[in-house]
Design a protein around this ligand. Structure first.
Ligand SMILES: Cc1ncc(COP(=O)(O)O)c(C=O)c1O
Length: 385
């Protein structure tokens, strides 16, 4: 027996005494911000028209807070749209693709979903560049005379793009970033982004419902100069009479939003603002570092993402020595039954493993407290196998 094995066995022998105070580690919907409770939400806009003065003010306030916290330059528009991140991303690709060649990058399930849209639904014969779970494709291969679709952070493999250096300033095509588990956790270089999308239930820990669509000037130019060959449902329409529908970016939503979800997002954004500049990123960094310490000190846990430079700081995916899906399910069920950790099994299409959300709404002390529980769940599940 090695020293590590001895210490692992000792660590695992008893049920830990202390549980994470908030055992919420799901990668979406994610933990609510610390201190959140439903009765703290502003409710004056509920039961009112979203087009009333108050409704529009709250929507605009939500947009203003997102702009401020994302450090979004005036060159980029930001609006609230239907259908969560999927709705926002599909709205963008349905309205803008087809004008030139397309490259889609896929290294996990959600990127693969955009490949399916481009190949099977839009039938635009894209170039597809893939990598296995845990890897990033060779970003240098991308032909930027084409439009390029990618996920900023691959939520199901825990692999992200390291930065925006691979996106040239002089690109001819547009960059489309599905950034739903990336915004508020990394500094996004907005000058490299023509389209970005996200939804509130990830790093903000708010309610799922709406998508957020960010458009740079070149995306607006595309929308105003190009009409796709396929029909567009009303919820995807971003232009009217050949001009961008600017109202969408001022809180005049295409259709009825949930004002409760908007108020919930405002709560999270105000919390985020109270942390000061860089506060969300710092919290996510600290959580990812705490989880990394747990992984480093156990010989049975590894990161799925091979390269630390492209390892997620939000949806951190881990491999478990000798584990198959059944063992992971058992571990997750044990942890849930104890109220020690919820929703830590990896995504259904990913290799069997654990996925621990390290976004800003999780407290670092709870990640620290999780370590011994993982030891216990692993030892207990293995003993029962
Ligand atoms: C990278 C990525 N894209 C898209 C989605 C789908 O998001 P939504 O449910 O907000 O449409 C998710 C959800 O986890 C995701 O992680």
């Amino acid at each position: 027996m090695t020293d590590t094995a001895v210490s692992d066995a000792t660590r695992a022998s008893a049920k830990p005494a202390t549980k994470p105070a908030r055992p919420f580690f799901s990668s979406g919907p994610c933990a609510k911000p610390p201190g959140w409770s439903a009765d703290k939400l502003a409710t004056a806009s509920l039961g009112r028209s979203h087009r009333s003065k108050l409704g529009k003010q709250r929507l605009q306030y939500c947009i203003d807070l997102m702009r401020e916290l994302l450090g979004l330059p005036d060159t980029h528009r930001i609006g609230i749209v239907p259908g969560s991140d999927t709705g926002a991303f599909e709205m963008a690709i349905w309205t803008m693709l087809g004008a030139r060649g397309v490259t889609t990058l896929a290294w996990e399930s959600f990127g693969e979903g955009w490949v399916t849209d481009a190949v099977k639904q839009l039938k635009i014969d894209p170039t597809v560049i893939r990598a296995d779970y845990g890897q990033l494709p060779d970003l240098a291969q991308v032909d930027w005379s084409t439009d390029v679709l990618f996920t900023w952070n691959g939520t199901t493999s825990g692999v992200r793009v390291p930065d925006g250096e691979w996106i040239p300033d002089t690109r001819e095509g547009l960059s489309f970033a599905d950034a739903t588990s990336g915004v508020f956790a990394y500094d996004i270089p907005w000058d490299k982004i023509d389209v970005a999308t996200f939804s509130w239930q990830k790093v903000l820990g708010s309610e799922g419902a709406h998508g957020v669509l960010i458009l740079g000037p070149r995306a607006v130019e595309r929308l105003e100069s190009y009409t796709p060959a396929w029909p567009l449902p009303k919820v995807f329409r971003l232009t009217s009479k050949g001009k961008l529908s600017e109202g969408i970016f001022k809180g005049e939503t295409i259709n009825t939003p949930s004002m409760l979800a908007v108020e919930d997002a405002i709560f999270s954004l105000e919390w985020a603002k109270s942390l000061g500049a860089g506060g969300l990123i710092a919290r996510s960094d600290a959580n990812a570092a705490a989880l990394d310490r747990i992984v480093e000190s156990r010989d049975w846990l590894e990161h799925l993402a091979a390269d630390p430079a492209s390892r997620s700081k939000t949806s951190v995916c881990l491999t478990v020595d000798g584990a198959d899906e059944a063992l992971i399910k058992k571990m997750a069920a044990l942890l849930e039954a104890e109220g020690a950790a919820f929703d830590v099994a990896g995504y259904r299409d990913a290799p069997a493993g654990l996925r621990i959300w390290c976004g800003a709404t999780v407290d670092t002390a709870d990640i620290d407290a999780l370590g011994p529980w993982l030891d216990w769940a692993y030892a207990t599940a293995k003993a029962a196998a």
